[in-house]
Design a protein around this ligand. Structure first.
Ligand SMILES: [Fe+2]
Length: 145
């Protein structure tokens, strides 16, 4: 159970880091497709931020405390920070790889939540997997030449 809780905290911190990166790209993207990409990154970070509170509360429901500081998020996240301002195509490629990684994290945790009978939590994790699958699809379709 402790290992599962720790992995859940990693997933939560990773989701937060993913949202920050999508918002970073929303703010800093440039180029001929500026407006379309500005809107795409907005759609993505808004959806992900929208699931932050429910994720934190799901951690509390299984009697663990939720990480809730930049220092803890930074220590736990599996999604690397982006400190450079990238070309738009590199932003899309990086966020796509991150969205695929998030899908894998949620898929893995879903199985573990099912195994311990936490069906409300596994249902939530399935929804997060599906949301990241949709973000990955949008990014993949945008990246296509
Ligand atoms: Fe905005």
């Amino acid at each position: 159970m402790d290992k599962f809780v720790n992995q859940l905290k990693i997933a939560f911190a990773s989701q937060y880091a993913f949202a920050i990166k999508a918002q970073n790209f929303h703010w800093n993207v440039e180029g001929p497709d500026f407006y379309q990409l500005h809107q795409l990154f907005d759609t993505i970070y808004t959806e992900v931020y929208g699931a932050v509170d429910a994720f934190a509360e799901n951690i509390r429901k299984i009697k663990a405390y939720t990480p809730a500081s930049l220092e803890r998020f930074s220590a736990l996240t599996a999604i690397s920070d982006e400190v450079e301002v990238l070309e738009s195509s590199a932003m899309i490629a990086e966020l796509l790889a991150d969205a695929e990684k998030m899908q894998e994290i949620m898929k893995h945790l879903f199985v573990q939540a099912e195994n311990i009978g936490e069906h409300g939590l596994s249902n939530f994790l399935a929804d997060r997997q599906d949301a990241f699958a949709k973000h990955a699809w949008f990014l993949r379709a945008t990246a296509k030449a």
